[in-house]
Design a protein around this ligand. Structure first.
Ligand code: SF4
Ligand code: SF4
Length: 124
Protein backbone atom coordinates (compact mmCIF):
# COMPACT_ATOMS: atom_id res chain seq x y z
CA UNK A 1 0.00 0.00 0.00
CA UNK A 2 1.36 3.45 -0.87
CA UNK A 3 1.94 6.12 1.80
CA UNK A 4 -0.79 8.24 0.21
CA UNK A 5 -3.36 5.50 0.65
CA UNK A 6 -2.25 4.95 4.24
CA UNK A 7 -2.67 8.67 4.98
CA UNK A 8 -6.19 8.73 3.49
CA UNK A 9 -7.14 5.69 5.54
CA UNK A 10 -5.90 7.11 8.83
CA UNK A 11 -7.52 10.50 8.24
CA UNK A 12 -10.88 8.70 8.12
CA UNK A 13 -10.23 7.06 11.46
CA UNK A 14 -9.32 10.07 13.63
CA UNK A 15 -10.36 13.64 12.92
CA UNK A 16 -8.32 15.89 15.22
CA UNK A 17 -10.15 18.99 14.01
CA UNK A 18 -13.35 17.54 15.52
CA UNK A 19 -11.68 16.88 18.87
CA UNK A 20 -13.09 18.90 21.76
CA UNK A 21 -10.10 18.24 24.02
CA UNK A 22 -7.14 18.94 21.78
CA UNK A 23 -4.81 19.59 24.68
CA UNK A 24 -5.17 16.04 26.04
CA UNK A 25 -2.42 14.76 23.78
CA UNK A 26 -0.11 17.65 24.82
CA UNK A 27 -0.18 17.03 28.53
CA UNK A 28 3.26 15.41 28.66
CA UNK A 29 4.81 17.44 25.83
CA UNK A 30 6.30 15.99 22.67
CA UNK A 31 9.66 15.17 21.09
CA UNK A 32 10.77 17.45 18.29
CA UNK A 33 13.65 17.04 15.89
CA UNK A 34 16.42 19.51 16.75
CA UNK A 35 16.01 21.27 13.37
CA UNK A 36 12.26 21.63 13.95
CA UNK A 37 13.01 23.07 17.39
CA UNK A 38 15.37 25.69 15.91
CA UNK A 39 12.59 26.93 13.60
CA UNK A 40 10.15 27.08 16.53
CA UNK A 41 12.69 28.99 18.65
CA UNK A 42 12.89 31.59 15.84
CA UNK A 43 9.17 32.27 16.42
CA UNK A 44 10.08 33.66 19.88
CA UNK A 45 7.07 32.07 21.56
CA UNK A 46 6.75 31.54 25.30
CA UNK A 47 7.57 27.79 25.30
CA UNK A 48 10.95 26.16 25.88
CA UNK A 49 12.85 23.02 24.91
CA UNK A 50 14.42 20.54 27.33
CA UNK A 51 16.50 17.39 27.37
CA UNK A 52 18.48 17.28 24.13
CA UNK A 53 19.22 13.62 23.30
CA UNK A 54 20.78 11.68 20.45
CA UNK A 55 18.16 9.64 18.57
CA UNK A 56 18.82 8.16 15.13
CA UNK A 57 15.07 7.87 14.50
CA UNK A 58 14.95 11.66 14.13
CA UNK A 59 16.16 13.19 10.82
CA UNK A 60 18.90 15.36 12.41
CA UNK A 61 19.97 12.56 14.76
CA UNK A 62 18.85 14.60 17.79
CA UNK A 63 15.54 15.09 19.55
CA UNK A 64 14.50 17.63 22.14
CA UNK A 65 11.44 17.70 24.43
CA UNK A 66 8.83 20.44 24.66
CA UNK A 67 8.15 19.90 28.36
CA UNK A 68 10.09 19.48 31.56
CA UNK A 69 9.85 15.81 32.55
CA UNK A 70 6.15 14.84 32.56
CA UNK A 71 4.78 18.38 32.66
CA UNK A 72 2.41 19.70 29.97
CA UNK A 73 3.95 21.06 26.80
CA UNK A 74 5.31 24.56 27.34
CA UNK A 75 3.84 25.63 23.97
CA UNK A 76 0.32 24.85 25.17
CA UNK A 77 -1.61 28.06 25.78
CA UNK A 78 -4.19 28.68 28.55
CA UNK A 79 -6.97 28.29 25.95
CA UNK A 80 -5.86 24.67 25.42
CA UNK A 81 -4.44 25.30 21.96
CA UNK A 82 -0.94 25.01 20.53
CA UNK A 83 0.90 28.32 20.12
CA UNK A 84 3.01 26.92 17.26
CA UNK A 85 -0.07 25.70 15.38
CA UNK A 86 -1.67 29.14 15.77
CA UNK A 87 1.21 30.71 13.86
CA UNK A 88 1.97 27.98 11.30
CA UNK A 89 0.69 24.40 11.35
CA UNK A 90 3.67 23.33 9.23
CA UNK A 91 6.10 24.33 11.97
CA UNK A 92 4.56 21.97 14.53
CA UNK A 93 6.83 19.02 15.37
CA UNK A 94 6.13 16.08 13.06
CA UNK A 95 5.38 13.91 16.09
CA UNK A 96 2.54 16.30 17.04
CA UNK A 97 1.13 16.40 13.50
CA UNK A 98 1.22 12.60 13.30
CA UNK A 99 -0.23 11.80 16.72
CA UNK A 100 -2.17 9.59 17.55
CA UNK A 101 -0.12 7.76 14.93
CA UNK A 102 3.58 7.00 14.94
CA UNK A 103 5.34 5.39 11.97
CA UNK A 104 1.92 4.88 10.35
CA UNK A 105 0.70 2.80 13.27
CA UNK A 106 -1.39 3.79 16.25
CA UNK A 107 1.02 5.19 18.83
CA UNK A 108 1.54 3.07 21.96
CA UNK A 109 0.61 6.24 23.92
CA UNK A 110 -2.66 6.83 22.06
CA UNK A 111 -4.75 4.86 24.55
CA UNK A 112 -3.55 7.15 27.31
CA UNK A 113 -3.33 10.49 25.52
CA UNK A 114 -5.89 10.55 22.69
CA UNK A 115 -9.42 11.28 23.84
CA UNK A 116 -11.10 10.21 20.60
CA UNK A 117 -9.23 6.92 20.40
CA UNK A 118 -10.01 6.19 24.05
CA UNK A 119 -13.71 6.86 23.39
CA UNK A 120 -13.69 4.58 20.33
CA UNK A 121 -12.01 1.81 22.32
CA UNK A 122 -14.69 2.07 25.03
CA UNK A 123 -17.51 1.66 22.47
CA UNK A 124 -16.07 -1.62 21.17
S1 SF4 B 1 3.99 21.59 20.29
FE1 SF4 B 1 1.82 22.05 20.21
S2 SF4 B 1 0.83 20.16 19.45
FE2 SF4 B 1 2.91 19.62 20.14
S3 SF4 B 1 2.64 18.94 22.26
FE3 SF4 B 1 3.11 21.14 22.30
S4 SF4 B 1 1.13 22.22 22.34
FE4 SF4 B 1 0.79 20.08 21.70
S1 SF4 C 1 -4.57 13.28 18.86
FE1 SF4 C 1 -6.48 12.70 19.88
S2 SF4 C 1 -6.61 14.04 21.70
FE2 SF4 C 1 -5.11 14.94 20.27
S3 SF4 C 1 -6.28 16.41 19.06
FE3 SF4 C 1 -6.22 14.47 17.92
S4 SF4 C 1 -8.09 13.41 18.51
FE4 SF4 C 1 -7.74 15.02 20.05
Amino acid sequence: MSNTKKKVKRKKLIHCHKCKSQSDCCRFGAWADLEEAKKIIDLKLKGEFFQLEKDEDFPSGYKVGTSYEDQPCTFLEPDGLCSVHKIDYHLKPASCKDFPYEDDKVSPYANILCTILKAKAKKK
